[in-house]
Ligand binder design. Structure first.
Ligand code: NAD
Ligand code: UGA
Length: 458
């Protein structure tokens, strides 16, 4: 079959993989190829065991793989054949040199740009899918226009807003798709080509067009605003614990104001995930570079409150368990940074496990999807941590349980059975406020939730 367009995505990760799976499903008329330098990852995409757990993803991959969707490590070949190249490589926080700890590490992205340049014999549209500092497209343009052979590249920004665990839903039914280009004739023409792809399934009123810098900056700003809401509600949770106000009641009361809205007001042990912290620190770094120190400090405080919330959770455990957890078995239920994913990047569970371990607790980590990643995150202390699939076994003989991820299954556990196997007095720390606290208290648990007055028998 002849395809209308040949689309390439460089980077077969959490974003590149699912995004291209959805494009291939919605647009059978396009040939979609996803390439990556990681052979194991590409092999996994081509196998029964795809490398990412996302509800609904498996089924969609099977529908289109080897029909109009292909996974490969042949990057040069892919570039040569492509009309449109989405770049979705990782952009982690730089951990060396200038800007270490804050700036985005753009080495993967730059390497990709040079590889595109070396393998392009005709004009192409390059789409930034990765989250990048504002004005990256300018640097990209400079690298790509070093060519003498007359090949023209149009660099666009089309940031991705999907959240893990709901990636397919978010991609199939996005709040909006944002496409930024230069305001030149060729820039606008390229932008229309990308609009055309999404218009196959996204209503036109949800496709936003903007200049390229606005698109780049909107992505960082969206993540900063989302994370800011969590830090805001978490900061108030600490005040609730002091005053007997209830954080869920406060969140509900303020969220019913249509100007505030109800989403992203769930108080928790802290936000995790690969992007919030990285993107905010990147924003902080950019502001500092432009001499906007007050703006930088404002956004940095969102990350600081989050780190404080994680540490506060452990401090609360210690304080309430008679100031020591040494030698005590503590079952951590949930290790993923949120429910419905096996991803543990920047999960608050990592800090909490390590802090409890340093306090000489016997830590048992349980999670339905994330134990493999948990072992990697805790590699250096792996031998001293117990990993247990079964939450009942994890809780057996424990002094305390802490809920760190809001998996549905933890709501429905038989806590009457669990408390019988625990050391008394039994403690439960609900870091996600998902349990029936009064019910647990009446079973005999001492219950500590985020932003709520403790329910204790001692
Ligand atoms: P990821 O680490 O899961 O995937 C990136 C992939 O790029 C890896 O498989 C890596 O091997 C590959 N890669 C790196 N350099 C390469 C090269 N030169 N050639 C070919 N492949 C290369 O990362 P991700 O979570 O998919 O994130 C990608 C970008 O999207 C980041 O900028 C991130 O901030 C952004 N983003 C992520 C999410 C999310 O939910 N994870 C959501 C929105 C945006
Ligand atoms: C987030 C954004 O929601 C996406 O729009 C964005 O594309 C993505 O980052 C990215 O750029 O990587 P994600 O990190 O996958 O998506 O997950 P979220 O649902 O945003 O949750 C992030 C963290 O905040 C999780 O640890 C979650 O448990 C926590 N959270 C979320 C709360 O503590 N309270 C809330 O009310 C909401």
């Amino acid at each position: 079959m002849d395809f209308e367009k040949s689309i390439l995505c460089i980077g077969a990760g959490y974003v590149g993989g699912p995004t291209m799976v959805v494009i291939a499903n919605k647009c059978p008329q396009y040939r979609v190829t996803v390439v990556d330098i990681n052979q194991d990852k590409v092999d996994a995409w081509n196998s029964e065991n795809i490398p990412i757990y996302e509800p609904g993803l498996d089924k969609l991959v099977k529908k289109v793989r080897d029909k109009n969707l292909f996974f490969s490590t042949e990057i040069d070949k892919g570039i040569k054949a492509a009309d449109i190249i989405f770049v979705s490589v990782n952009t982690p926080t730089k951990n060396y040199g200038q800007g270490a700890g804050k700036a985005a590490d753009l080495q993967y992205w730059e390497r990709t740009a040079r590889q595109i340049l070396a393998n392009s014999g005709r004009d192409k549209i390059i789409v930034e899918k990765s989250t990048l500092p504002v004005r990256t497209a300018e640097a990209m343009g400079r690298i790509l226009h070093e060519t003498e052979n007359g090949v023209r590249f149009e660099v666009l920004s089309n940031p991705e807003f999907l959240a893990e665990g709901t990636a397919i839903k978010d991609l199939e039914n996005p709040d909006r798709v944002l496409i930024g280009s230069k305001d030149t004739e060729s820039g606008i023409k390229a932008r229309k080509e990308i609009v055309e792809i999404y218009a196959n399934w996204v209503p036109m009123d949800r496709i936003i067009e903007s200049n390229v810098w606005s698109a780049e900056l909107s992505k960082l700003t969206a993540n900063a605003f989302l994370a800011q809401r969590i830090s805001s509600i978490n900061s108030i949770s600490a005040l609730c614990e002091k005053t007997e106000a209830d954080i869920d009641e406060v969140a509900y009361a303020i969220g019913t104001d249509s100007r505030i809205g109800p989403k992203f007001l769930k108080s928790s042990v802290g936000f995790g995930g690969s992007c919030f912290k990285k993107d905010i620190l990147n924003l902080v770094y950019i502001c500092q570079n432009y001499g906007l120190d007050e703006v930088a400090d404002y956004w940095e405080s969102v990350v600081k409150i989050n780190e404080w919330q994680e540490r506060r959770f452990v401090r609360n455990m210690l304080l309430n368990m008679f100031n020591t957890v040494a030698g005590k078995r503590i079952a951590l239920l949930g290790f993923a940074f949120k429910a419905n994913t096996g991803d543990t990047r920047e999960s608050p569970a990592i800090t909490i496990t390590r802090e409890l371990f340093e306090e000489h607790a016997e830590v048992v980590v349980s999670d339905p999807k994330a134990l493999e990643n948990a072992r990697i995150d805790l590699k250096d202390v792996e031998d001293s941590i117990i990993f247990e699939d079964d939450p009942y076994k994890a809780s057996e003989g424990a002094h305390a349980i802490a809920i760190l991820t809001e998996w549905e299954l933890y709501k429905d556990l038989d806590y009457g059975r669990i408390i019988k196997g625990m050391v008394q007095p039994a403690f439960i720390f609900d870091g996600r406020n998902i349990l029936d606290h009064k019910g647990l208290f009446s079973m005999g648990f001492n219950v500590f939730a985020i932003g709520k007055a403790p329910l204790t028998h001692i």
